[in-house]
Design a protein around this ligand. Sequence first.
Ligand code: TXA
Ligand code: MG
Length: 321
Amino acid sequence: MTHRPEDIARAADIIRAGGLVAMPTETVYGLAADATNDAAVARIFDAKGRPTFNPLIVHVTGADMAKRYASFPPLAERLADAFWPGALTLVLPRRRDSALSLLVSAGLDTVALRSPNHALARQLLKAADRPLAAPSANRSGSISPTTADHVRQSLGDRVDFVLDGGPCPVGVESTIVKVDGARALLLRPGGVARAAIEDVIGANLENPPQAEKPQAPGMLASHYAPTVGVRLNAETAEDGEAFLGFGAVMDEAAAAARNLSQSGDISEAAANLFAMLRALDRECQERGLAAIAVAPVPADGLGEAINDRLKRAAAPRGRKV
Ligand code: TXA
Ligand code: MG
């Protein structure tokens, strides 16, 4: 943690003036702007190179604040009670009298809301006294940032200020659940495991109909992509490949290698995923390697989110679903 106390006040001033601040959250770093300011929100899309049909998550201090912007059916109330602050984003009907910029919803009649569980994000929310629109703080389509250095490498001077909170503890983005009356649909697996949510709602999470899918950029086939290729379910590296291992499936002989978790701990693997993909991507470029071979990762717990991100990292580039 290299931030100084005065950094929060400075970051809050920048937000209130319509600027962009990269803030740490427990999942990944977010590129934050005042969600009530159209020009500030437009700058987020510009800085990320993000298509404007992709809506943004709005960060709030908790359910009380969220209710100013969205209607909260009882199911949403239960989920917020159980998981906020935390790595769960709720997509809810947008209130007509909401003060949020229309750009955060990208033309939809819903809004995505999350109360982050990270001291610096919470301090910034309080000091700025604004809802904060914040996508992951990387150029659109590339690997999400889990350190302040990743943000600087990806966005450079497109961001006005970076709050440095050290590495993000969870390491994959929030789970996104759309609450539609009494139904709960899983739009994106993430930092809260499916089973924990299903325990709270007492039912299975539903899959969204195909028609709802393209709304989410994380749902584009290719996303979270390193510059080199990615090959999944590998036991060893082939010639010209780096290796990303998990547990006992490891190839120390590869020209570049990392292990997501030597002990096979799935939460540790999630926390390491993006930083190790970045490091191997860089080493591949330096050593002229063409791809990263990745060991199988079990699908339980945060493994569902890890496998989702790996699948998109491996997808043919530029293809959309
Ligand atoms: O953990 C996270 O969720 C991080 C941190 C910074 O909070 N944020 C993040 O934002 O991952 P981003 O923009 O990279 O991903 C947000 C996802 C996108 O796939 C977007 O399409 C979806 O949320 N989304 C936002 N609003 C939506 C809405 N109204 N309906 C459906 N999907 C929505
Ligand atoms: Mg993202």
